[in-house]
Design a protein. Structure first.
Length: 92
């Protein structure tokens, strides 16, 4: 049998309580859930979820896209309406 190690994790009481409730509903303990998480990290060599905090360049691109969207006045209900407007603008 492989030798085992212990991990100590600091977490606020409310998160621990809610997580315990969630994993117990799945028939697991918190230790089981952490063990599964770590096995998945080893198998995939990645976190088993996507981190979605955008970096500075992405935040700037989002801000720029928001400004462009706010500045546009034309809105089209269908692609045909868009094409008709483009054709009309091209004929000017």
């Amino acid at each position: 049998m492989a030798q085992t190690s212990m991990i100590h994790v600091r977490i606020d009481d409310e998160t621990k309580r809610l997580a315990s409730t969630a994993v117990e509903a799945m028939g697991l303990s918190l230790s089981d859930a952490v063990r599964l998480f770590l096995h998945r990290v080893v198998a995939d060599q990645a976190l088993p979820f996507e981190l979605k905090v955008p970096n500075a360049a992405t935040r700037e691109a989002i801000r720029e896209a928001d400004q462009i969207a706010l500045a546009r006045k034309a809105r089209f209900a269908t692609a045909d309406d868009l094409m008709a407007d483009l054709e009309k603008a091209g004929g000017k």
